[in-house]
Write a protein that binds this ligand. Structure first.
Ligand code: URA
Length: 200
C-alpha cells in the first residue's frame, strides 16, 4: 500500500498541530504530547489508552514495560514496530496514569484520532483494553466479553470503516502473568494470531 503523498503531508501537519494542543487540562500535567509511532502505511493500527510515565518522558507511545510486551506479542507473529502504526485514545499522560475521563477521550479523539484514522485508513485496528475498545465501539461492555471477536469500526462522519479486534492491554497481562490455558496470555496469543491471519 502506498499512502498518497498528500495524505502523508496532512498526517505530518496534523501531528504538528497535535503537539501544540491545549484543548483539555491533560496538557497542563504532562511533559509532552505523544502522537504516534510506527509505519503510516501499515494495514494495522494499534490503539492504546494513553501515554504512561516512560512515554511522557520519551515522547513515543508504548516504550515502557507494556510496550516491550507489546513488541513481543507482535514479534510472535512476525510483526515489528515498522509494520504497524501505534497511537492512543488520549495523547497526553493523565495524572498518575488514571483512566482518561469521558470528556478527555471525546475531545482528543474527535480532534486527533479520528482525523488520523481517516488519513491512515488501516484495514485492521487492534484496541488494547477497555478504554479504547469501549470508546471506539461506543459500548460499556468490558474487554473480557469483547476481546477475541471481530467488530465493525465506523467513523461517525467519514466514509471509513475497519475491522476491529479488541485485545487485553499489555499492562493487564503484566499484572496477570499466568501461562494457564484460557488465561489472558494464552487468549492474547490466539487473538494476535487471528489478527495476523487477516493481514496476509
Ligand atoms: N499504555 C498505553 O495505553 N499507551 C501507551 O502509550 C503506553 C502505555
Amino acid at each position: 500500500m502506498n499512502l498518497p503523498s498528500a495524505d502523508f503531508a496532512q498526517l505530518a501537519a496534523l501531528a504538528e498541530q497535535n503537539k501544540s494542543c491545549q484543548a483539555c487540562e491533560l496538557r497542563l500535567g504532562c511533559t509532552q504530547v505523544v502522537v504516534s509511532d510506527g509505519n503510516p502505511e501499515a494495514h494495522l493500527v494499534i490503539i492504546g489508552e494513553g501515554p504512561g510515565g516512560d512515554e511522557d518522558r520519551i515522547g513515543r507511545p508504548f516504550v515502557g514495560r507494556g510496550g516491550q510486551l507489546l513488541d513481543k506479542i507482535l514479534s510472535a507473529v512476525q510483526l515489528s514496530r515498522d509494520e504497524v502504526y501505534v497511537t492512543n485514545i488520549v495523547k497526553c499522560r493523565p495524572p498518575s496514569n488514571r483512566t482518561p475521563l469521558p470528556l478527555e477521550s471525546e475531545t482528543c479523539t474527535s480532534l486527533w484520532l479520528e482525523p488520523q484514522l481517516a488519513l491512515l485508513r488501516p484495514r485492521v485496528i487492534v484496541s488494547l483494553g477497555n478504554t479504547p475498545t469501549q470508546y471506539l465501539l461506543q459500548t460499556r461492555q468490558g474487554i473480557t466479553k469483547l476481546r477475541g471477536v471481530w467488530h465493525d469500526y465506523r467513523q461517525r462522519e467519514a466514509l471509513y470503516s475497519a475491522y476491529l479486534m479488541p485485545m487485553f492491554h499489555p499492562a493487564y497481562l503484566l499484572r496477570n502473568d499466568t501461562r494457564a490455558v484460557g488465561g489472558p496470555k494464552s487468549l492474547t496469543w490466539q487473538d494476535i494470531k487471528e489478527v495476523r491471519s487477516v493481514l496476509d
